[in-house]
Ligand binder design. Structure first.
Ligand code: ZN
Length: 418
């Protein structure tokens, strides 16, 4: 028996086989990890591996965690007294060492380790951008094979570290993120390497939940409020699930942090649905032309984990959460404010979260003394570019209509050259 089991959010049935980490039991319901150790521990290793609530046993590579610090710059600006920033990116003199500059690195690390321990020898990963960068980096540093599939529209925001430039990256030239996921699943079927599973993979959500583990380890208690920009919502769900574990532990607070989640207008399907009290997204809010107007392509998924049981809708409902729509001007303003107040650059998606925090403060949704955790999901890219060599992705373009035969040929070619 391992140190965790997996439970279906719908029917409550439990499983011991960790391989089901990639799937589902009841249709449209997430599986969630139940760790046998109820008390939280942060003394089990180095970096993110020091936490006991991760679905891994003996990690074979190092992975540093987020930088969590109490800020003064932005605090003063917003009139808050206990504002903590979880900075996920590259800011070496402060101890932030993520060279891919994104919190998706925790997701990739935990997913790869979990897959490896379950006898899986490679993964097909679909991504709107920064997840691909994280997986390519981890694949390069660990030797664990991955094949990445990304939509063309995200290509201009993609870059790899020099070490990762050989990781195979297939670019769907005529489709969006949703098409990319479909293609990735078809490639998985032909290649016999599994699709990483998206939000259904428990290792993804627990990996992203590392942000809350690090924060509680640093602050000593659960925050009252949590701010994050959301695309698929996977990270926010992961944080909610971790918060539930802290409540069961009992030593870190008795109330779930209020989730304050934000999207970039005009493409904000979850904001629109939540404002109307709907568990279902509306087709008119998912129009592809809206995606063309936002500045944060990494938040552009048209299949977010919103309606699914145990997803974003349930997370918001459980925490009395709020959603914010942020326009491009507010995103740019927030990026500037943050750089001036904190002294480091952040990515547009993180600017969405900063702008949401300002909106919440202006609407008096937060008391001055309450503890707030702001998840800066990516930052330090400009800083990194002054020090390290980065490369544009070398794409292999494919069509969303690629046939099984063509996939087979392509895989042959990839395996030969890598
Ligand atoms: Zn079930």
């Amino acid at each position: 028996m391992g140190h965790f089991s997996i439970t279906c959010r719908n029917c409550g049935k439990s499983f011991e086989n960790a391989y089901c980490a990639f799937g589902e039991h009841c249709k449209d319901a997430l599986l969630v990890t139940r760790y046998r150790e109820k008390p939280f521990a942060d003394d089990r290793g180095e970096g993110i591996w020091r936490f006991n609530w991760l679905p891994v046993h003996t990690p074979y590579f190092e992975q540093s965690g987020p930088l969590v610090y109490k800020t003064e710059g932005l605090c003063e600006d917003l009139g808050l007294e206990n504002l903590y920033i979880a900075f996920n990116g590259y800011w070496p003199e402060r101890g932030a060492e993520l060279q891919t500059c994104t919190f998706k690195e925790f997701e990739a690390a935990v997913v790869l380790q979990n897959a490896y321990e379950n006898g899986i020898r490679g993964l097909i990963v679909a991504s709107a951008g920064n997840t691909a960068r994280a997986f390519s980096h981890l694949s390069a540093t660990t030797g664990f094979p991955v094949i990445l599939v990304v939509p063309r529209m995200c290509l201009m925001e993609m870059w790899y570290l020099e070490s990762a430039s050989s990781i195979p990256t297939l670019v769907v030239s005529d489709g969006d993120y949703a098409d990319t996921i479909d293609v990735a699943k078809r490639i998985a079927a032909v290649s016999e390497l599994p699709f990483e599973g998206g939000v259904k993979n428990i290792a993804k959500r627990d990996g992203l939940g590392v942000v809350l583990l690090e924060a509680v380890s640093r602050i000593g208690k659960l925050p009252d409020h949590y701010f994050q920009a959301v695309g698929s919502g996977t990270g926010a769900i992961g944080v909610w699930e971790m918060a539930e574990r802290f409540l069961q532990d009992g030593r870190f607070g008795s109330r779930l942090p209020v989730l304050h989640l934000a999207q970039n207008l005009p493409f904000a399907p979850m904001v629109k649905a939540w404002e109307r009290g709907s568990r279902e997204l509306f087709a008119e809010d998912l129009r592809p032309d809206l995606i063309g107007e936002i500045t944060t392509r990494v938040l552009s998924t048209r299949y977010p984990a919103y309606s699914v049981k145990g997803g974003v809708y349930d997370a918001l409902a459980a925490t009395a959460g709020k959603m914010y729509g942020i326009n491009n001007d507010a995103v740019f303003a927030a990026i500037t404010t943050f750089a001036e107040a904190e002294g480091i650059d952040i990515v547009p998606a993180a600017g969405v979260a900063v702008a949401a925090l300002r909106k919440a403060v202006n609407a008096r949704l937060i008391q001055k003394k309450e503890t707030v955790l702001l998840n800066i999901t990516g930052g330090g890219e400009e800083r990194l570019s002054t020090e390290k060599k980065t490369h544009d992705v070398e794409p292999r373009f494919i069509s969303k209509r690629i046939s099984a035969n063509e996939i087979e040929e392509l895989l042959c070619h990839i395996l030969k050259t890598n």
